[in-house]
Write a protein that binds this ligand. Structure first.
Ligand SMILES: *Cc1c(COP(=O)(O)O)cnc(C)c1O
Length: 393
């Protein structure tokens, strides 16, 4: 096992058990629904231990368990649960802890589908949500009500990249018996270790950096303790979530190269961010490693690196010029998701998804993902893009 080793060593070895799989380094794909039991007694034993053994395909196969074991080690947590998408991981985690009449504190900079789910929590389940300022820190204590059960965090925030003070939020939460859930997708669990900062449950949209190749949907939920794990696993099992072994195999294969891939995403992301910062058309670069980003000093304190996703606020410019810029990009693809090998660029609308705070930007906002291409080629593509933005091409 890889516990106690440096993070990149853990990424390579965690969850790998060649001796149990005829020497195969990467746990093979176990396609299974029915699992054959040798006796009535074995079935009865199995029912008691169904979350800890290969019991029925829906609860996982060795392909699932290897991936879950590896992700738990990478995030520094106790145990993980695989679910079919990042959004499923968010939904399972919220429903594991919330019931009718409860109150949820949700960060205002959250990923938009998470925000939409809060409306459904209210309308279908009678669970109330209060949105809070991502930079609130210890001030979160004033928003905790007697029926508050969960504080949901996402750091840095989707689209706007505010970095949250997780130690301060967790301290306030735990003083009131409230659980802290974190969407930790941006750091991939490699550049931010949630359980060293008080988080109870860490969520990965593994679709992004863990899978890393833009070809699998997956969510992974990691908990600090066995007790939290059982809450999550029971909720996921009760809702019928199940992940295919082919997808687990691909996610684990992706995970093995996470360290080197992220190094490149980081390096290219910083190169692009610094290039953009100096462009006359740019009002602001929202990159946690750059001083302009809200919460930058917290990033510096708590993170060991930055991934390839960041934002740019342009100076005021007509929308048709932004469209011309984006439509003509050669290497930057337009599309949702991120964390794959390819560079991406889309226009975002942060103002639309805010209630506790407002988003007042000088002009349009873009979100970029720095992929694995050569940074010079990406900059040449951006140079041409700015010509279109300026009406010069
Ligand atoms: C993409 C994303 C999700 C959802 O993941 P899916 O696998 O697409 O469902 C959740 N949180 C964040 C921060 C994301 O970027």
């Amino acid at each position: 096992m890889a516990s106690g080793k440096r993070p990149q060593t853990t990424i390579v070895h965690a969850g790998s058990h060649p001796k149990q799989h005829m020497g195969a380094m990467n746990t093979p794909v176990y396609r299974a629904s029915t699992i054959a039991f040798p006796s009535v007694e074995a079935i009865q034993d199995g029912i008691k231990n169904k979350f800890d053994i290969v019991f029925y395909g829906r609860h996982g196969t060795p392909s699932t368990f290897s991936l879950e074991e590896a992700m738990a080690a990478v995030e520094g947590g106790h145990r993980s649960v695989a679910v079919p998408s990042g959004l499923a991981a968010i939904v399972v985690s919220l429903l594991a802890y919330l019931k009718s009449g409860d109150h949820l504190l949700m960060v205002d900079s959250v990923y938009e589908p998470t925000r939409s789910f809060c409306a459904r929590l209210q309308s279908h389940y009678g669970i109330e949500t209060t949105f809070y300022d991502p930079l609130i820190g210890a001030g979160i204590k004033d928003l905790i009500q007697p029926n508050t059960k969960v504080i949901f965090t996402e750091s840095p925030g989707s689209l706007t990249f505010e970095v949250q003070d997780l130690p301060a939020i967790s301290k306030a939460a735990h003083e009131h018996g409230v659980k802290v859930l974190l969407d930790n997708t941006w750091s991939a669990g490699h550049y931010f270790k949630p359980f060293d900062h008080g988080v109870d449950v860490s969520i990965q949209a593994a679709t992004k950096y863990i899978v890393g190749h833009a070809d699998v949907m997956m969510g992974l939920i990691t908990s600090a303790t066995e007790e939290e794990w059982l809450e999550i696993k029971s909720a996921s099992a009760a809702m019928g979530y199940s992940v295919g072994s082919d997808d687990c195999y691909l996610a684990l294969r992706g995970l093995r190269t996470l360290d080197v891939r992220l190094q490149r995403h980081q390096e290219t992301g910083l190169t692009l961010a610094n290039y953009l910062k100096d462009r006359p058309e740019v009002a602001k670069v929202l990159h946690p490693a750059l001083p302009d980003c809200p919460g930058h000093e917290i990033w510096q304190r708590d993170f060991t690196g930055s991934s390839g996703l960041f934002g740019v606020v342009l100076k005021d410019v007509p929308q048709d010029r932004v469209v011309a810029m984006l439509n003509g990009m050669e290497l930057f693809t337009m599309g949702f998701s991120w964390g794959g090998f390819e560079s991406l660029m889309i226009q975002t609308s942060p103002a639309r998804a805010r209630t506790a705070t407002s988003w007042d930007a000088a002009g349009p906002t873009l979100r970029l993902h720095a992929g694995q291409e050569d940074a010079n080629d990406l900059i040449a593509d951006l140079d041409q893009g700015f010509k279109r933005l300026n009406g010069e091409a």
